[in-house]
Design a protein. Structure first.
Length: 706
């Protein structure tokens, strides 16, 4: 793989000296200004008179429905800004969304399957559940470079009309940073406990006689050890976003992202219902073999055009292409008894993915007989090809005990035989929607999407072994009532299809593919925005075809799972500079109409309850803000027969950010500690699979805006 960067005492001393120098220069500058009482002080502090809570009036995008305020969206939504991501020093999508009680982190950032989350107890589809600017994106085996994005949005529940195929849990949409109206340049350096050091540059602006050309460039490098499983990370990333206002009505855009991310660490603990769940081990325990790790190279490129047909109508067309190649060696510890001895199976393989998508739409508004219409019409074509290594060793190389692991060397275990196309999917869709405003209080949303889906699987010899087709019209209907301008009540119904999961490698029928799964969802909710608080509540009911591993260790498609739950979220401006955000989800997820011994059981991986809360106190001192937070995850079933249950756990976090202006430059210092109590815990990844929970980790970052 690669030789990880290990910071010397000199590196650490320089980092500490830099922070100390920053602190003492602030003290000296303020003292000098006070003593000399000069008008042009070398150091000033940014002070805000009032800190506003997060607002439901903030925009969130819902695929083909376009962008609307959260308040006016008849679905459960969430948006996290880049400022909040930076303030909390989040490095993974699970950290970005950890204060949303409907989101469950089911894989650590340092693993062969990071960036894996659940919503409403349902795992998101790696290939269809994560979008960039509303279009297709490959999210398998890597964390997206968060530094490239202005906002991360969540649309919970079924999204069949808005995005096509996908998990009924929801959609994550990464919103790219856009060119800035004035020239900007910032440089940042961060340190994560363990030794990883990150450098990041962000620049933007406009050029041209009439400033018709806009640019935004982000460059990133990170290298070093991390505490998680005593692993390491090395990544380089670049983002480029350009726009060209050709005329006042025509705008062309180009967006590109590149990332190479190599990590060491991440071991699956595979435990069958025959054995009990082991007591959790420390998050910095080393389990992975020497030479194990993951190496992912990812590219994304998008060309788009928007033409303003009239003041009320616009046409958009986009072409997106994305590639991802993942090469990895990983350990899987198969528990063999209740003393937690194991057999170590090492897998070495390559997976490659290629996405192409074209989407065109026309949207606009008009009035007829006093009734308003907001119309969207469009079409989409999407292709995905998957390649795999022909020979992928899955070799049992050693034994050990979970609490005294045997670290082996796997440098000689490698995939071979070249690659072959193992699967190809194609989607063609047309869609149309109309949001009808009947009066100031009532509106109706109606949308239809017709999707043609083909999924073909191939053998290593290129032989088509299975083909699944689905031609489906998926409707979206919603009724909205606004008793006041600041409150929305809604009821919605959605249908969708999703690409079924392949059988896990630990099952008898490993890698078997299945026909698409049908889902439908009903939801009712209320959202309100008041002067010092806002809140949203929703009741949802999801029905979905079920997949699980039976007693013969065969992964089957059988019966259906029903997810019924309630979500409550609120943001309160508790005091002038104190805001509190919290949420809770209660979930009843049950397998029905399945084989004997499984019907009536809890759905695998679906927690009964979750809760989260974070509080931010700004201007504790001029320029200083503190934040604390906690997340609670309730019990969840580890297997379809409900033999094993993963215990509940609670995590705590805390940190601060300090902003101060020096010589006309804004300097921001941020620090954060995750898992403050250093809680030992397991995370659920998939049926019968566990991962080590992340240990207590401190991070610090210094950014200068020039």
């Amino acid at each position: 793989m690669y030789t990880p960067f290990v910071p010397s005492r000199l590196h650490l001393a320089l980092a500490a000296a830099g922070l100390c120098a920053l602190h003492f220069s602030a003290v000296a500058a303020e003292a000098a200004a006070e003593a000399e009482d000069v008008g042009a002080a070398l150091s000033t502090v940014e002070v805000k008179a009032m800190v506003e809570k997060k607002k439901l009036s903030d925009s969130v995008c819902s695929g083909t429905l376009g962008c609307k305020s959260e308040l006016n969206t008849p679905f459960s939504t969430k948006a996290v800004s880049s400022e909040e991501i930076e303030d909390r020093l989040a490095t993974s999508i699970s950290e970005v969304l950890k204060y949303d009680a409907s989101v469950t982190a089911i894989s650590p950032p340092i693993s062969t399957h990071p960036a894996t989350i659940q919503m409403r107890g349902l795992r998101l589809d790696d290939l269809n559940g994560y979008k960039v600017n509303g279009l297709a994106n490959i999210n398998r085996g890597t964390e997206m470079p968060l530094e490239m994005f202005e906002q991360v949005e969540v649309l919970k529940g079924l999204t069949g009309y808005m995005y096509g195929f996908g998990s009924p849990g929801g959609i994550v949409n990464y919103v790219s940073k856009r060119p800035t109206t004035s020239k900007t340049f910032s440089a940042a350096m961060g340190y994560q406990e363990g030794g990883a050091i990150k450098e990041h540059i962000d620049m933007g602006g406009r050029v041209g006689d009439n400033e018709e050309f806009g640019y935004r460039i982000n460059l990133l490098h990170e290298d070093g050890d991390v505490k998680e499983e005593s692993g390491s990370i090395k990544r380089n990333a670049a983002g480029a976003n350009f726009d060209w206002h050709v005329t006042k009505d025509l705008t062309l855009t180009y967006d590109a992202i590149y990332q190479r991310r190599r990590s060491v660490g991440g071991t699956d603990i595979v435990i069958s219902p025959s054995y009990k769940i082991p007591a959790p081990i420390a998050g910095d325990s080393e389990l992975n073999s020497v030479g194990a790790g993951s190496d992912v190279e990812y590219t994304l490129s998008t060309v788009g055009a928007e033409y303003r047909l009239s003041p009320d109508w616009a046409a958009n067309v986009s072409y997106r292409t994305s590639d991802s190649t993942r090469v990895y060696k990983k350990d899987q510890y198969y528990i063999t008894n209740n003393n937690f001895d194991y057999k170590d199976r090492v897998t070495s393989e390559l997976h490659g993915y290629h996405f192409d998508q074209v989407q065109a739409s026309v949207n606009g508004s008009f009035n007829t007989a006093g009734i308003g219409h907001e119309v969207v019409l469009g079409l989409m074509s999407q292709n995905l090809e998957s390649t795999s290594s022909v020979t992928t060793p899955k070799t049992y190389l050693g034994t050990g005990n979970l609490y005294s692991p045997t670290i082996i060397n796997v440098w000689t275990i490698n995939y071979s035989g070249g690659t072959y196309r193992d699967e190809a999917t194609r989607q063609e869709a047309v869609f149309a929607s109309d949001t009808v405003k009947l009066n100031d209080n009532w509106s109706v949303l109606a949308g239809l999407r017709y999707n043609q889906f083909v999924d073909a699987a191939f053998s290593t010899k290129g032989v088509n072994t299975a083909t699944y087709t689905a031609n489906k019209t998926t409707p979206t209907v919603a009724l909205m009532y606004k008793p006041a301008a600041d409150t929305t009540l809604y009821a919605s119904y959605v249908e969708a299809l999703e690409q079924a999961a392949s059988a896990p490698t630990s099952t008898v029928n490993a890698n078997q593919t299945f026909a698409p799964i049908k889902s439908k969802q009903s939801e009712v909710g209320v959202k309100t925005e008041q002067s010092w608080w806002n809140a949203s509540a929703s009741l949802f009911h999801i029905e979905r075809g079920a997949q699980y591993t039976n007693a013969a260790n065969v992964y089957v498609m059988d019966g259906e799972t029903k997810y019924q739950g309630v979500e409550l979220n609120s943001v309160v401006q508790a005091a002038k500079n104190v805001s509190i955000e919290g949420g809770v989800m209660f979930l009843d997820a049950t397998l029905e109409n399945a084989a004997a011994g499984y019907s009536g059981k809890r759905a695998v991986g679906a927690p009964r309850r979750q809760a989260s809360v974070q509080a931010t106190w700004r201007e504790v001192l001029p320029g200083l803000a503190l934040h604390v937070g906690t997340q609670y995850l309730g019990q969840l079933a580890m297997d379809a027969a409900n033999v094993n249950t993963l215990p509940a756990y609670t995590l705590f976090d805390a940190g601060f950010n300090y902003r101060h202006r020096y010589f006309g430059k804004m300097v921001s210092v941020r620090a954060n500690i995750s898992n403050l109590a250093n809680r030992k815990y397991w995370t659920y990844y998939q049926e019968n699979y566990l991962n080590i929970g992340s240990p207590r980790t401190a991070s610090v970052n210094v950014r200068v805006d020039f």
